[in-house]
Design a protein around this ligand. Structure first.
Ligand code: C2E
Ligand code: CA
Ligand code: CA
Length: 770
């Protein structure tokens, strides 16, 4: 199962974000409400203070008016009028006794004459009535009658400040009862607004206030209230008096404020939490729970590979839409799966089945219940010959076309119940059921004929041929073994010269087993000293000189020699050929070195296989060997088979050019067997063509068509020609008349160990002189 991906929860994410947002909103709400409520509290508080001040002012006003009316009562009276003339002490004793003054709540009573001289004065001091102290009276007179009191008459009330203490002063003109007589003096009542007085008012009004001096000129009508950091201050000036009332103190509603703020904060918090829960609940119901369900279904699909998973669709909202589209996607995926499983056992190019399908069929046949009926089935392995040449020479489109053509040609020959698959590349397999081995072979031959019919691709005539291996099913033969048998038969068909069908034979298993044994033995061949290099001379028959020789590898195993054709192909597949090549190279160079004093012109051919070309050290090895033995590079000729060159032209060309550049020569080996085009021959840096033995042998029967045209081609291209496998005088003569002079073959000498070579060369020289 796949690892569970780390996952972030949308629910948690939303909850945290929403929580923060709501908290922010809640705080805002709290702050705004607190401020607004605070303002209401402020209004209330200031109103309270305003009322306090107003109450105090009203009481003092009351006092002022009563003081004024008291003084008026006394001044507008015949007795007082008379007193201002007589200064009769009886008047004072009768009307202004100590008791009367206390009742009037007057501290001083002063009579002034019209010229503002003190007529008499009274003050209750030490419980006895005495005249007011002189200095107090002077100040009072100055204050009452000073120019600042700008009235027509001095009647009225004032507040005077004496040594930081306020005096409430009421002045009235003295006249008779009926106000008929012109005034003959002024009567003044003074009340001390001292702590006792103020204390009384404080007690009365329940307000603790201060009485403060104010200049008379300054006037402000309303009550001023300001809140200075929690301490309230309210002031009101007494009308036309030089004093103001000031009340200050803490907020009266501090507790209420605190409770309100706490309530507000609590409410806000409560609402935030409630909203959060509510939103989460709704989100959860509508979205989150469903998302979680989706997610767990997705996990199931991922971890249990349950492709049947479909997401629930409940209504028509966005999630439903998403689910529907996911479900459609899953349907598509399933369709694709079906397609893929078709593709998995089919070949796209030919629309045939593939190896998987074949193996499935073979496996099914293994099943006990089916064994009986399908007992005699034949597996045919069809491999196209030289398909690579078509692909490389004409392009992949041509290759594809050939494969399709082959598929359709075979398809027309088979029955419904037969299975035709393409195994890959240019290999097809055909499973024919209920057929005898003889009929399978007949079928294969018919098929080969059908395949060899001319095919035209884009105005080109192509010849298709194939090699077929046939193997028969047997009880207890595993599919892989059956396939191997067919494969061995097919390789045998190739080995026998292609374009044919070969029936599997147990002897082929021996071939395979032998190959396996050889392969194992080959690994130690070099160390065991079982390898040797033999040489076969190449003769120029114009003057019968030996111009060169070919180095050929020999391997002796268990007292016999293994044919190079057999072990070389093994060494090529397992890569040993690279070491072997070095071995041949150094032997060839050593041989040349030894022979050089006597045969300075003698050259040596060595055979190279494609694996050696892939080895980047090749060029260096060759030069190192040449240097070691002090040989000129033109004495070493490198043989490449034509089929190798045809198949690997592009890869090997750079190396070929580099080697030619440094003085080596290339011979094209087995010329005529590899379908080289004229174009290719022109392009490659080839010095000599070696005509293959299979074209030389027919000369015996007088068939010289191929050899003739090959020689002509070589001459046209300016290449030298060596004929290989010359065995008879007949062949020699024919070749000579056709213009080929260099030859190699049993007629002159078989390959021989180096030890025999110098003897042979000496004898050859001798016979030539004779
Ligand atoms: P090849 O390069 O075509 O070598 C010539 C083959 O023809 C040799 O076979 C030689 O013995 C044989 N031959 C020469 N004259 C005659 C004749 O008159 N009649 C007949 N019937 N055969 C003749 P050999 O030595 O068995 O080698 C077979 C092939 O093995 C060679 O064919 C070559 O392709 C490969 N081979 C041999 N040595 C080496 C090697 O050192 N390296 C590589 N890469 N391939 C090698
Ligand atoms: Ca050769
Ligand atoms: Ca050859």
């Amino acid at each position: 199962t796949k690892a569970v991906l780390p996952r972030e929860s949308i629910a948690r994410w939303t909850l945290i974000r929403l929580g923060l947002l709501l908290l922010f909103v809640g705080t805002g709400f709290y702050l705004v409400s607190a401020i607004l409520l605070g303002q209401r509290f402020d209004v209330f508080e200031s109103e309270q203070y305003r009322q306090d001040v107003a109450r105090v002012v009203a009481v003092i006003e009351q006092d002022r008016l009563s003081l004024l009316s008291s003084v008026n009562d006394y001044a507008k009276w015949n007795d007082s009028y008379a007193y201002m003339k007589t200064r009769d002490p009886e008047y004072l004793e009768n009307n202004l006794s100590a008791e009367a003054i206390v009742n009037l709540r007057v501290d001083w009573v002063v009579f002034f004459t019209l010229s503002n001289q003190v007529w008499s004065s009274l003050e209750l001091r030490d419980d006895t009535l005495q005249p007011v102290l002189k200095e107090n009276l002077d100040q009072l007179g100055a204050l009452v009658f000073s120019s600042q009191v700008s009235r027509q008459s001095y009647e009225g009330t004032y507040i005077l400040w004496q040594q930081g203490q306020a005096l409430m002063v009421a002045v009235s003109e003295v006249t008779d009862n009926d106000h008929k007589q012109p005034g003959n003096g002024h009567m003044v009542f003074v009340r001390h607004l001292n702590d006792t007085y103020l204390g009384g008012i404080r007690k009365l009004t329940g307000v603790s206030f201060e009485l403060l001096p104010v200049e008379i000129g300054i006037d402000y009508p309303a009550i001023r209230v300001n809140d200075m950091d929690g301490t309230w201050q309210a002031r009101k000036k007494l009308d036309n008096l030089a004093a103001e009332i000031a009340v200050s103190g803490p907020g009266r509603l501090a507790d209420e404020r605190r409770v309100t703020e706490l309530l507000l904060a609590g409410n806000a918090l409560f609402l935030v939490v409630l909203a959060l829960l509510g939103i989460h609940w709704i989100l959860n119901r509508r979205v989150l729970r469903r998302l979680a369900e989706f997610s767990s279904l997705a996990d199931r699909r991922r971890n249990e590979a349950d492709n049947q998973v479909r997401w629930p669709v409940a209504g028509h909202d966005e999630l439903d839409n998403l689910a529907t589209s996911l479900n459609e996607l899953m349907d598509d995926v399933e369709d694709h799966h079906t397609n893929l499983s078709y593709l998995a056992d089919h070949d796209v190019l030919t629309d045939l089945g593939n190896r998987r399908q074949l193996m499935a069929r073979l496996e099914a046949m293994q099943h006990p219940s089916r064994r009986q009926s399908d007992l005699s089935c034949s597996l045919l392995l069809v491999d196209l010959d030289s398909f690579k040449l078509v692909n490389d020479g004409l392009g992949h489109a041509a290759g594809d076309w050939v494969l399709q053509e082959v598929a359709s040609r075979i398809r027309t020959l088979i029955r419904e119940e037969d299975t035709l698959v393409r195994l890959g590349g240019d290999e097809f397999a055909l499973l024919l059921c209920k057929i005898t081995p003889e009929n399978a072979l007949h079928f294969a031959e018919r098929m080969l004929i059908a395949l060899s019919l001319p095919a035209s691709y884009e105005d080109r005539q192509l010849t298709i041929s194939a090699s077929v291996g046939i193997a028969q099913t047997q009880p207890d033969l595993a599919p892989a073994e059956l396939l191997r048998n067919a494969d061995l038969a097919m390789y045998e068909a190739k080995r026998l010269g292609k374009k044919r069908a070969v029936m599997f034979d147990n002897a082929l298993l021996d071939v395979a087993a032998r190959r396996l044994r050889l392969e194992q033995a080959l690994h130690s061949a070099l160390e065991d000293g079982a390898l040797d290099v033999w040489f076969q001379p190449i003769v120029d028959c114009r003057d019968n000189t030996v111009t060169g020789m070919e180095a050929l590898l020999r391997w002796s195993l268990d007292g016999g020699y293994i044919p190079p054709d057999e072990f070389i192909s093994i060494a090529e597949t397992n890569g040993l050929i690279v070491q072997f090549g070095k071995f041949v190279l150094s032997h060839a160079c050593a041989a040349l070195k030894t022979l050089q004093p006597e045969y300075p012109e003698l050259s040596c051919n060595i055979n190279l296989s494609v694996r050696q070309f892939a080895d980047i050290g090749l060029q260096q090895d060759i030069h190192a060997s040449l240097q070691k033995y002090g040989l000129s590079p033109n004495l070493l000729h490198l043989e490449l088979t034509e089929s190798l060159v045809a198949e690997h032209e592009i890869e090997i060309l750079p190396m070929m050019l580099a080697l030619v550049h440094s003085g080596l020569k290339f011979h094209l080996d087995d010329f005529g067997t590899g379908y080289s085009s004229l174009e290719r021959l022109r392009k490659l840096p080839i010095d000599t063509l070696k005509i293959d033995r299979s074209f030389v042998t027919p000369l015996r029967e007088g068939d010289d068509v191929m050899v003739r045209s090959m020689i002509r081609l070589g001459q046209e291209l300016g290449m030298s020609i060596i004929a290989e496998g010359v065995e008879t005088e007949e062949e020699l003569n024919r070749l000579r008349t056709l213009g080929c002079t260099q030859m190699q073959g049993y007629l002159f000498a078989r390959p021989m160990p180096f030890a025999d070579l110098s003897d042979w060369l000496a004898r050859w020289k001798q016979s030539k002189i004779k």
